[in-house]
Design a protein around this ligand. Structure first.
Ligand SMILES: [Zn+2]
Length: 58
């Protein structure tokens, strides 16, 4: 599990709420990807093993 601070969590939430927006990872500056998988949504930094998050069961 990746430890995240409030700023990083906010960036992931921003991307979740605004899939079309170009949101950058506060940790490394890479893009954050929005990925809909079935009935869940994942948001994660394009850098491997960086920050990630998402929601399930929508
Ligand atoms: Zn990153």
């Amino acid at each position: 599990m990746v430890m995240m601070n409030d700023i990083e969590r906010k960036a992931l939430n921003e991307k979740l709420n605004n899939p079309q927006k170009d949101v950058r990872c506060p940790r490394c500056g890479n893009i954050i990807n929005y990925d809909k998988r079935g009935n869940s949504i994942a948001v994660e930094c394009a850098t491997k093993d960086c920050i990630y998050g998402g929601i399930r069961g929508i």
